[in-house]
Design a protein around this ligand. Sequence first.
Ligand code: F6P
Length: 339
Amino acid sequence: MATKNMSSEGSIKRKKLQKIGVFTSGGDSPGMNAAIRAVTRAALANKLKVVGIRRGYQGMIEGDFINLKSSDVSGILQLGGTMLKTARSAEFRTAEGREKAFQQLKKADIDAVVVIGGDGSFTGALVMSQEYDISFVGIPGTIDNDMYGTDYTIGYDTALNTVVEAVDKIKDTARSHGRIFFVEVMGREAGLLALTSGIACGAEVILIPEAKGDFNSLKKFLDKGYRNKETSGIVMVAEGDEAGGALKIAEDVRKSHPDLDVRVSILGHIQRGGSPTAKDRVNATKMGVAAIEALLDDQKSIMIGLDNEKIVHVPFNKAVKLNHTIDTNLLDIQKLLNI
Ligand code: F6P
């Protein structure tokens, strides 16, 4: 709990948890609202007061707080985006910014905070909890699904389904024209979304940052596979692939294979929006409740994760420092089936 007081005997007496803050930070992801609702209602059910911190760490610095009642989180479960809004705050990266943020939390009597976000958001929470006496518990919310220690991050399932729906449509036109489409999927440093959506859509080639040298499979496909099959093709490209984005790769292919009819489709931020899938809603709800249980249990600086559907607690320093490894078996499967 947040405030430690020294009793007359000299032992540390912790202030009883009474009021929590909740906020979303970094890139939004579908299901964040479901998590806010679960956090709020689980806290209220445990007689805790709840403050919504708007616009991520920037709102914390500026004291942009709203008291949340049960009715304030009614009707948001199925909505994409985040009712608390989000931001990437440069000011919070400075010691002065974090000092201001802490003073605002203190002024509002907030004892502990639930942060819903990704890597950068948990790094901020870890740094602040080392500098000040404030407890943070994290809920992983990012479409990238790239956090160490959890099988799943909120929003990934919805984004995956959004990509699959879009690529199915692209395949119709690709097939009709006999074209090769380079489809760029989000993931600056992570390729899981491109990998799983590529498998779900039967993409001929998948290029992701975690698989170095996968450019060879593209070459092979262009030199042999495409001509043999005389058909269309989908190349899924993760935004962060080392060969460059879809535009750059397609440009290179146009030069090396001028006879091919090449098009590019960058799916962009539609992947971050939309109503969350049932899976995202259920998992966000489970994680939201688990975050409050963890705070009531006096836990701090941990991320709530899911390991084989079971709730786990992952220390922030592991969640942010270790890499989420990608199941390369999925890549092998994709190659095996593309004969
Ligand atoms: O972290 C989620 C993510 O969607 C990444 O996949 C992507 O690279 C990034 O956010 C884009 O962020 P922004 O919306 O700030 O451009």
